[in-house]
Design a protein around this ligand. Structure first.
Ligand SMILES: [Zn+2]
Length: 63
C-alpha cells in the first residue's frame, strides 16, 4: 500500500494509506445513460482513525 506524508486533519497522525472504492462504485459522466466513460475512485485515508483526506478519479483522461 502506498504511504504519503500527509497530516490527518482529525487526529494528527502522519501515516496515510490508499485504497479504492469497491466496483461498481465508479464515477461516471454526467447525464450519460450508458456510462461508457467511467473510472474507479481512489481514496487516501488516515491509517489511524480512517479519515478520508483525499478522493481521486483514477482515470480522469477518460472524461
Ligand atoms: Zn486520523
Amino acid at each position: 500500500m502506498e504511504e504519503k506524508k500527509i497530516i490527518c486533519p482529525v487526529c494528527g497522525y502522519d501515516v496515510m494509506k490508499s485504497g479504492r472504492l469497491n466496483p461498481p462504485a465508479f464515477v461516471v459522466e454526467m447525464n450519460s445513460m450508458l456510462n461508457l466513460k467511467r473510472s474507479e475512485v481512489l481514496v487516501t485515508f488516515c491509517a489511524k482513525c480512517g479519515e478520508i483526506v483525499s478522493m481521486k478519479v483514477a482515470e480522469p483522461y477518460k472524461f
